[in-house]
Write a protein of this length. Sequence first.
Length: 331
Amino acid sequence: MTLAKHDSPRILILRSGALGDLMLTLPAIRALRRHWPSAAIELAGHPRTAELAMAAGLIDRVRSLDASGMAEWFVPCRTWPERERTDIASFDLILSYLSDANGVVPANLRAAGAKRVIVCPPIIASDHAADHFLRPVTDMGISTPISDAPLLAWPETLRQQGRHWLKELGLADNVISLHPGSGSARKNWPVEKFAILADNVLRSLSAQPLFILGEADAAAARALPRLAPAIPVLINRTLKEVASVLAISRGYVGNDSGITHLAAALGVPAVALFGPTDPAVWGPRGANVVILRGLEPTSEALAAIEPGRVLKALERSIADSTCSRIQALGH
């Protein structure tokens, strides 16, 4: 089936994985939305992350991959109930990023009457992950012009909520958000150096540092009251709340984490600290991102990065962002 640009297709995207995985898939989702502005786009994934794409207008509906019945999509030669068959057959395009080496899900979807099913394995063989996930879209002939616009255009109503939450912490808009965690301790810059950086931000940038912590950041949560007792902490908020605070932050510093990818997608001037993972594959995509890495791809080399170097990179990212805004206004 051939779809024209003026069509309004129904599109279903299947995407599992953590926050960073979804953020790296955003260029593909945005390209689909730009090509078919009036398309009905649904994302089957994890609701706590997928709702970010819906808040930014990239998708129209979220389905949970953990919902009852979804596991049966992986059953070979599944017999579809009539209602589900009708639902699947209503989609003009289904794009699957699921881990499914045997191709069970696409075979089931085609048997249910899906008009077109495209599969992109989530395993990265080469190139940047975002380019890998974008390739099925470009292979369809959909153009992806270079743009400095944020991948997540965060709505003003949610930005206002972010300002409200900052006000509750006694903060204004002039905030530098710092996230000292990630999904793995080996990817973390030492929390002691984050504390030094926070003090440098306060003194050198005349800005207010703010630590952002989640459920996986228990070690940092225990250390920061001792290391940086005067620095406010935003802890265990929903991703939508975190995004609303990040969207109005003046800058951001974090490790190789989903929150760093989120900050970059929101267009925040950001510094991403990398150690054992490869930024050429997993680096966050954004117009105002500076990636710092140690002399070697190790946790030890990451730990050796000095706060002064990070501060200079942050200053450069903020300055570049300011210049870009001035140039845009000039045009």
